[in-house]
Design a protein around this ligand. Structure first.
Ligand SMILES: *Cc1c(COP(=O)(O)O)cnc(C)c1O
Length: 341
């Protein structure tokens, strides 16, 4: 049974080319740093984001947590955005693994501005922890993209206080495509960046943490502490190379499809959707219809081989990807038409 899965881009299936590359990959033991395919992937990733070195990690969460562990010392405070993945969706890991506390920025625009950084950085006082890190994110989990100007502003503010900057760039390639810039334009405003291969880039597993040589050497040891040292990881890195060489170039198609999807969805009079928020491959909307029951809606779609995340507040996120193109979107729209008529 094949489903049209709108829940996320993490659900993307590895492509046929990836499956073949896995079978043919030349591998070694990556803990000894002699897996040629992992080494090739790490070099390519570092080059693409304009950093000296990179580290292949099992997940985006681990990449962020290694970055926090590597930049900070036990007891530091880190500046983070209230709606960020690090705050909302990483099980409070930074407190547990790195012993840091959060200084949370909670702006209505869900972005960290330069003045927030100046306000949050701790001065010298016996009562205060030290500020150890600024965490940025791009694209944001709400599917919008942070401008180059704002990244620059926050980065420069941190630098005035000699504070390192990490960017959770799980979807940094989507952000770059949306802004129409090379990804290096964004990553020049961060000391380290994590991005995911396993979302819109279709790899089955894996993320990359990139930064200076010195930073990555320390990060490699922290990856070992967390149990993330992998052995013949070249079978996975082989997919990662295809993600970077091929899949990163097709993200605009996902974004165009998301805009198409959104433009069709707003034709339902009871769907509330702000087209301005459709900036990458995600469409957020709300259904405001008397008697509407989101679990009944989700069940109907599932019976028609369409997977969505049901939400009691009737707010939905539909995500386009390599497996959800025009053809699949049209099937979903037809099915919704049937459900609502
Ligand atoms: C998905 C995601 C992560 C974490 O990636 P996992 O591989 O699921 O651990 C981190 N940050 C953001 C913004 C994400 O969307």
């Amino acid at each position: 049974m094949t489903f049209i899965d709108l829940r996320s881009d993490t659900v993307t299936q590895p492509t046929l080319e990836m499956r073949k590359a896995m079978a043919n990959s030349i591998v070694g033991d990556d803990v000894y740093e002699d897996d040629p395919t992992v080494n090739e992937l790490e070099k390519m990733a570092a080059d693409m984001v304009g950093k000296e070195a990179a580290l292949f990690v099992p997940s985006g969460t681990m990449g962020n947590q290694i970055a926090i562990m590597t930049h900070t010392k036990f007891g530091d405070e880190i500046i983070v955005n209230a709606k960020s993945h690090i705050v909302k969706y990483e099980v409070g890991a930074a407190a547990r693994l790195s012993g840091v506390s959060y200084s949370i920025v909670d702006n209505p625009d869900c972005r960290i501005h330069g003045n927030n950084v100046h306000e949050k950085v701790r001065g010298v006082d016996i009562h205060y922890p030290e500020t150890g890190l600024l965490c940025l994110e791009n694209a944001l989990t709400d599917g919008t993209v942070v401008s180059l100007e704002l990244m620059k502003e926050a980065y420069e503010a941190a630098k005035e206080h000699n504070i390192p900057v990490h960017t959770d760039g799980a979807r940094i390639f989507n952000a770059a495509v949306s802004l129409g810039v090379d990804v290096k334009e964004l990553t020049q405003y961060t000391d380290s960046v994590m991005f995911c291969l396993s979302k819109g880039l279709c790899s089955p597993v894996g993320s990359l943490l990139c930064g200076s040589k010195d930073f990555i050497n320390k990060a490699r040891k922290n990856r070992k502490i967390l149990g993330g040292g992998m052995r013949q990881a070249g079978v996975l890195a082989a997919c990662g190379l295809i993600s970077l060489n091929t899949m990163a170039k097709r993200l605009k198609e996902d974004h165009d499809n998301a805009k198409y999807f959104a433009a069709e969805l707003v034709k339902f009079p009871f769907i509330k959707l702000d087209m301005e928020t459709v900036q990458i491959n995600m469409v957020f909307f709300k259904i405001e219809k008397d008697g509407f029951d989101s679990s009944d809606f989700a069940e109907y779609l599932l019976n028609n081989n369409i997977k969505i995340s049901a939400n009691p507040s009737n707010e939905f996120r539909f995500v386009t990807n390599n497996d959800v193109k025009r053809e699949q979107i049209d099937i979903v729209l037809n099915t919704m038409n049937k459900y609502f008529s």
